[in-house]
Design a protein around this ligand. Sequence first.
Ligand SMILES: [Mn+2]
Length: 391
Amino acid sequence: MRLAHIADPHLGIRQYHRQTSGGINQREADVARAFRTAIDGVIAATPDVVVVAGDLFHSVRPTNAAIVFAFRQFQRLREALPQAPIVIIAGNHDTPRSVETGTILRLFEELGIEVAAEEARRLVYAPLDLSISAVPHQALVGTERTALRPEGTEKYQVLVLHGEIEGMFPERSAADYGGALISLNEFGPDDWTYVALGHYHVQHRVAGHAWYAGALEYVSPNLWGELIEEEQHGSPGKGWLLADLDTGRVTPQPVPRARDILDLEPVRAEGLSATAVDRLIAERVAAVPGGIAEKIVRLRVYDVPRHVARELNHASIRGYKAEALHFHLDIRRPEIQRTVGVGAPSRRQTLPELVSSYLSTRPLPAELDRKEFVRLGRELMDAVERDLAGG
Ligand SMILES: [Mn+2]
């Protein structure tokens, strides 16, 4: 019995300002391409069952183009694997804020795909001796949690779950915002034949038989942090997982990234003139093998006083921004040591950090979900920062 585990495709995401010749946001096209590659791979692997562990779409109301694209891919999958159960759960990104909104995921039921959008569902496939507990995001927030323990006599017990494992991700960069917290004890990673997790975008085994497949492309709000966490997990990049439920063997199925994502070696500008800083920036850019064209690039420049920043060669900076898909020249002012609380010097908080911490403590109407509220605030800040960064 072999299972294909896909998570967090985030179809329809739009980032940066570049469009394809067909008029589609370039990153939306990248993410679509990754999903098509994954579906090709799943079809070639001919698994007995396919699960998608949430965040199929980046938003509750994806564009028509994203919906049609997803429908075609699932139609292809359905036709290629007519006997295989296909199960989709909703993640925090594709869960409507209110029940009245309804969910686009139901559309895929037309193809004979099982969808768990709000409530947990237990699906039994007697010929396969298989039971699947499908637990979407909504089933983990606000209501009593169910279906987190194996049930019935089926030999293969599979849990599909979208959420953040409590206490495992102190950095949280690739965990995205707004996921439900769940502890390992609540579902017992060893009690299931396999646990297909979604939400955390870096592929790795969590514990026992529980795995995050990771996203198919880089779609976290903080993709630089995501790169660091991939390194920490020893994860080579994005892809899906093929799990053999008889042997317990889980094999990563890589999906090549559409383009390089590069965090260049930072420039330290303390005491340097604008001309000297310009030269260092140009050196960093020139050192990129193959150049920066069509890549996503960040270059941090530390300790740049305002007057030096003003005098930088903005024409060449505009040139880098035009060449790369996205060139984030992250210019930082000299850090100010402040005295807070009991007198310990502390790093000054960045604006997004300030906003997050303010929103985390500000009084809120009872009906608002604070995590979601903070997530939205943070998302807005990120959007503004991206716009300011240009490119
Ligand atoms: Mn996600």
